[in-house]
Each structure stands twice: as structure tokens, then as C-alpha cells.
Ligand binder design. Structure first.
Ligand code: GDP
Ligand code: IMO
Ligand code: MG
Length: 422
């Protein structure tokens, strides 16, 4: 025990980073466990915005240690840029950032392959083109380059030469694209190795030793439940497991280490990229949510698709992850609506169902419950009791119907706009 997990409970961008930053003050070590620079994690402190793609969102808390776990796929270019940006803001990373020797590396080859595949396929996923799928496929094919492999000259040479040859063949012969000069790829790796040599460690050993010594660990997920490669809306998913299994695999901790699992849940839903989204609002309401919620990708800048809260989805997220507590974010964005809709169930092939049929999601119709909205701006509220009655009813309804204890409400992007629910 001693470890809490924060998992996105929908299609990503739930406000995970804001909540991780909030939890970090009571934690010693924050561990990112999967995904890569497809993630865009935003923390706002005293009006200043920080966006992270790879470094855990707890790094802004002085004295806390951050770890990039073995389940993450690391783009050297993005990581070095992020490290430099933090250092330019006076945030010292020495002794505060560790990287797993088993985390895989994303090279320009993977990004080119991701882009080429997206353009080649007829049924597009709308990936972030950050090389995520190709890097995880290399891991499964056992041809990937891990952080620790950079320090063994023979392995590095053999692995990289093979991957460059293979990817260049695909790029040239299948996709009619320019190949990469091998020396360019080797140079990237050598430069990266020099910059991170003091940070690469056996992170499971480090984390278990810390837990044994009574330290508190926070596991940070990227993406969200419905983007999980196993439990999400395949093929419109990412290539990793943002769900609890991925948290354990990607950190090296075990089920008995876990004390609490927070489902970070937006008060409505967004999705970026392609794929089914039963409660999507394509008209005025969707536009209003996008504008008020600033729903544009933190990584790609793409407009996020917006829609109503979905109970079958959140119930499935609870079951798959074992979510014990909900942090409900962006409640402030819903102010000003006359009526708020919530999908209470789905209709599939003429029958009403209350679960999330991930493989048939494109065929379901939401069955809505409607609730009265509230007009007041709630961004200055600092307690549950100070929320308008309609807002209280809305969140209590979500709590009851999802079966998850509502623990925290977030009503603004800033660190300060967060309060506990009794
Ligand atoms: P993540 O990927 O789950 O960490 O979420 P993102 O950072 O991609 O997107 C969440 C966006 O909503 C960011 O711009 C946050 O600053 C912002 N945000 C987080 N919580 C709140 C909230 O309670 N209210 C409002 N208005 N914005 C929020
Ligand atoms: P955070 O951590 C929202 C989506 C992409 C695409 C699909 C596959 O900020 O919540 P990929 O590049 O992973 O192969 O793309 O997954 N996606 C995200 N959507 N938030 C994210 O991360 C996402 N990371 C990937 O838009 O639909
Ligand atoms: Mg995001």
C-alpha cells in the first residue's frame, strides 16, 4: 500500500494533469506509466500554463521525484525540449527525474511510419502522428530500442541498424517516402544518451525500495479508459493500456501496492480523432462546450469533439479499473445551459442496455435523462454547499448512477479551483 493511481475515465483530456498536480503535494514520487508524447497534460499555477507530454505533471512541486516508467515510449526530441523548458523556468531536474531503462525510444522513423500509415489507410484513426503505434509494435516485435540499450554499444548498433534498415524498406518500397540516413538516427541517439545518462535506472527496484521505506507513490495515466487498446473502441484507440493493468505493467508495481484509484472524469465528454462517440453534439451545444471549455488538443491543437456525460461508459470504466473515487472536472463549463442531458443507457438493436459494448458502440443510440441546468458562474465556488442546487443534483446523480464515490470537484483550470466533496 502507499500508492494511488489517477486514470482518465473517458476518451482522454479529462483534466488528469490538473488533478495529478493537486495530488502531488501529498506524494513523494510521481510515475508516468504509459503512452508517449501523444499526451498533452496541462497544469495552470497562478495563471501560468505548463504543458507536459512526457514528464510527470507533478514536477512543478519542489522536492518531489518524477519517474518515467517502463510502459512509456519516449521521444528524445520532446523529452529534451521539455527538460530544457523546465530548467529555463528555474526548475532543477537533478535528482528529481528518473527514467526506466526498459522504456522504449521513439525515433523519427516511428513518426514517419505513423504518418505514412495514417495516410495509407482508408479507415483513418486520426492518430497524433507522434510514432506511438509503430513504437509499441516494435516493442511487441522485439526489435525496439530501450533506454538502457543505448549504453551497450553492441546492442545499440545491432538493434538500430536492423530497425533503420527495416523501416527504410517500408518507407521507400511501400509508402514511396524518403529513407532516413542511418548516421542521422545514430546521432540523435548519441546526443540523447549523453543528456540522460545519469537518469536511467531500474525503476521497479527504485519504486519498491521507496514504498518499503514508507514513501507515497502516485501513478499518472495518459489517455483514458475508452482509448485503451484492449477495452476501448478498437481500432480507434491508442496502442497502450491507460487502464489499471497498464498502470501496474508500466510501473512494475503490483496490485497489493495500490491504495486508491481515482477516475479523472470530465463533467461532459470530449474525444479527439476518429471513432464512435454516442453522445456527441455536433451543433450549437457542441460548439458552446468547445469554446467555453477551451477544447482544443494540447498536443496537436485539433478541435475536440464534445458531447454529454455517458453513464454506461463510466460504469465500464469503474469496473475495468476498480475506480474507488471520482475527481469530476470542468463542472464550471456547464454553467448557462437550460437543460443538461446525460446518457443513462443505450439502445442497441432495439433493446435497451446499460453497459458499454465497445465493439458495437458505433451502432448504439443514447437514451437520455434530462436535468435542469444552472445559470450562475460557479468558478468562484470553494465548497459543495456553495454550488447551485441544480449543480449539486447533477453531480449527485452522476455519483449515484456511476456507483463511484465523488471525492473532488474541479471548477477551473487553476490549481486553486479544486475542492473536496464531503
Ligand atoms: P489531460 O490530458 O487529462 O491532462 O487534460 P488536458 O490538459 O489535455 O485538457 C484539460 C484542459 O482543461 C486543460 O486546458 C486544463 O487547463 C483545463 N482544465 C482542467 N480542469 C479544469 C476545470 O475544472 N475547469 C476548466 N474550465 N478547465 C479545466
Ligand atoms: P491525454 O493524455 C486525447 C487519441 C488520438 C487518436 C488515438 C490514437 O492528453 O489525455 P495515437 O497517437 O495515440 O496513436 O492516437 O488516440 N489520443 C488522445 N486523445 N487525449 C490524449 O492524451 C490522447 N492521446 C492519443 O487523438 O484518436
Ligand atoms: Mg490531454
Amino acid at each position: 500500500m502507499g500508492c494511488i493511481v489517477a486514470i482518465g475515465a473517458q476518451w482522454g483530456d479529462e483534466g488528469k494533469a490538473k488533478m495529478i498536480d493537486f495530488f502531488s503535494k501529498d506524494t513523494d514520487i510521481i510515475v508516468r506509466y504509459q503512452g508517449g508524447a501523444n499526451a498533452g497534460h496541462t497544469v495552470v499555477v497562478d495563471g501560468v500554463k505548463h504543458v507536459f507530454h512526457l514528464i510527470p505533471s507533478g514536477i512543478l512541486h519542489e522536492g518531489k521525484v518524477c519517474v518515467i516508467g517502463n510502459g512509456v515510449v519516449i521521444d528524445p526530441e520532446v523529452l529534451l525540449e521539455e527538460m530544457e523548458l523546465l530548467e529555463s523556468k528555474g526548475i532543477n531536474l537533478k535528482g528529481r527525474l528518473y527514467i526506466s531503462d526498459a522504456a522504449h525510444i521513439i525515433l523519427p522513423l516511428h513518426k514517419a511510419f505513423d504518418e505514412a500509415m495514417e495516410e495509407f489507410r482508408s479507415n483513418k484513426i486520426g492518430t497524433t502522428r507522434r510514432g506511438i503505434g509503430p513504437a509499441y509494435s516494435d516493442k511487441c516485435l522485439r526489435i525496439g530500442l530501450r533506454m538502457g540499450d543505448m549504453f551497450d554499444k553492441d546492442i545499440l548498433h545491432e538493434r538500430l541498424t536492423f530497425d533503420i534498415t527495416l523501416k527504410n524498406l517500408y518507407l521507400e518500397k511501400v509508402f514511396s517516402r524518403n529513407p532516413f540516413p542511418p548516421e542521422k538516427i545514430f546521432a540523435i541517439v548519441e546526443h540523447f544518451r549523453g543528456k540522460v545518462k545519469d537518469m536511467v535506472i531500474n525503476t521497479p527496484h527504485y519504486l519498491h525500495t521507496a514504498l518499503d521505506a514508507g514513501k507515497k507513490v502516485l501513478l499518472e495515466g495518459a489517455q483514458g479508459f475508452a482509448l485503451d487498446i484492449d477495452h476501448g473502441t478498437y481500432p480507434f484507440v491508442t496502442s497502450s493500456n491507460p487502464t489499471i493493468g497498464g498502470a501496474l505493467l508500466g510501473s512494475g508495481l503490483n496490485a497489493f501496492d495500490i491504495e486508491k484509484i481515482y477516475g479523472i472524469t470530465k463533467a461532459y465528454i470530449t474525444r479527439v480523432g476518429e471513432g464512435p462517440f454516442p453522445t456527441e453534439e455536433k451543433g450549437e451545444i457542441g460548439e458552446m462546450l468547445r469554446t467555453r471549455g477551451g477544447e482544443f488538443g494540447a498536443t496537436t491543437g485539433r478541435p475536440r469533439r464534445c458531447g454529454w456525460f455517458d453513464l454506461p461508459l463510466i460504469r465500464q470504466a469503474r469496473r475495468i479499473n476498480g475506480i474507488t473515487d471520482m475527481a469530476l472536472t470542468k463542472l464550471d463549463v456547464l454553467s448557462g445551459l437550460q437543460t443538461i442531458k446525460i446518457a443513462a443507457a443505450y439502445r442497441l438493436d432495439g433493446k435497451q442496455i446499460d453497459y458499454f459494448p465497445s465493439a458495437q458502440l458505433h451502432r448504439v443510440e443514447p437514451v437520455y435523462t434530462e436535468m435542469p441546468g444552472w445559470q450562475e458562474d460557479i468558478s468562484a465556488c470553494t465548497s459543495f454547499a456553495s454550488l447551485p442546487k441544480q449543480a449539486q443534483n447533477y453531480v449527485r446523480y452522476i455519483e449515484k448512477e456511476s456507483g463511484i464515490k465523488l471525492s473532488i470537484i474541479s471548477n477551473g483550470a487553476d490549481r486553486k479551483s479544486t475542492f473536496s466533496v464531503p
